[in-house]
Ligand binder design. Structure first.
Ligand SMILES: CC(C)(COP(=O)(O)OP(=O)(O)OC[C@H]1O[C@@H](n2cnc3c(N)ncnc32)[C@H](O)[C@@H]1OP(=O)(O)O)[C@@H](O)C(=O)NCCC(=O)NCCS
Length: 221
């Protein structure tokens, strides 16, 4: 029987290994183990993030979920608090992996720098885009699931479902209207999400040029 609880600092060595193994095609995983440990720590420390661990009967971490209750403020806090360390590990990996370095320059570097400058400017002038969005009338309150990973040898026994159900409880507890996620169009997990009641919202091309399919999970019945 799997148990789901908040992801803790002492889980990160294991959960980032699972991240590397399970989501190996993802850009973030290509940024290496040290980057991922730092990345997951940012989630664990975020008041607006969702970071969950699935624990098996032997006490082992067999899966994890990362997401956010308030995505904008979560990502802003992550960049402000952990940005320098994340940038360090990303550059350290790029120096030793020329293919990653080329990909970084071609698809992300300029956007990351512009985003950082915009964020610093908004912080300096006291503008809080999240507060504006959440206080706006009639705006749906939307959280997101960004990473879901279950160890290969633990799949098919309810771990993924248990992680998503706990994320759903957290999102409902925060009075959100829906959860959203994106997944590559060719991934088998699409069938999993649809089986659990997520609705496909069409195709999407990220600003880095990757193809995704969007899904949403309504939280109010
Ligand atoms: C997708 C993933 C998270 C599913 O986790 P899991 O623990 O194996 O799934 P569960 O055992 O909780 O399955 C729950 C239900 O979904 C069904 N299901 C699982 N995978 C499915 C699939 N690919 N298509 C259709 N149904 C699926 C199961 O049969 C089960 O149904 P039931 O309980 O009604 O009998 C896991 O396979 C995984 O980590 N895959 C690799 C990483 C990945 O793709 N992550 C998502 C990236 S966005």
């Amino acid at each position: 029987m799997v148990k789901v609880r908040p992801l803790r600092g002492d889980d990160i060595a294991t959960s980032s290994r699972i991240h590397l193994e399970v989501l190996d095609a993802e850009f973030l995983a290509r940024c290496g183990g040290a980057f991922l440990r730092c990345y997951q720590r940012a989630w664990v420390e975020s008041p607006d993030g969702i970071a969950l661990a699935a624990i098996d009967e032997g006490g082992r971490v067999v899966g994890a979920l990362l997401g956010a209750i308030r995505p904008e403020s979560h990502f802003r806090a992550m960049v402000l608090r952990h940005g320098p360390a994340l940038a360090f590990w990303l550059l350290a990996q790029a120096v030793t992996h020329p293919r990653l370095a080329r990909e970084l320059v071609a698809t992300r570097a300029l956007r990351y720098v512009r985003g950082l400058l915009r964020m610093l400017d908004a912080t300096a002038t006291g503008l809080d885009a999240t507060a504006i969005a959440l206080d706006g009338t009639g705006q749906p309150r939307v959280g997101e699931v960004t990473h879901l990973m279950v160890r290969a040898d633990a799949r098919g026994s309810g771990v993924g479902r248990a992680l998503l159900q706990e994320a759903r409880r957290a999102a409902q507890g925060a009075d959100l209207d829906e959860l959203v996620l994106v997944t590559p169009p060719d991934l088998a997990s699409r069938g999993f999400y649809e089986h659990l009641g997520w609705q496909c919202g069409g195709a999407l091309t990220s600003r880095s040029g990757e193809q995704f399919v969007r899904y949403r999970w309504a939280l109010r019945t």
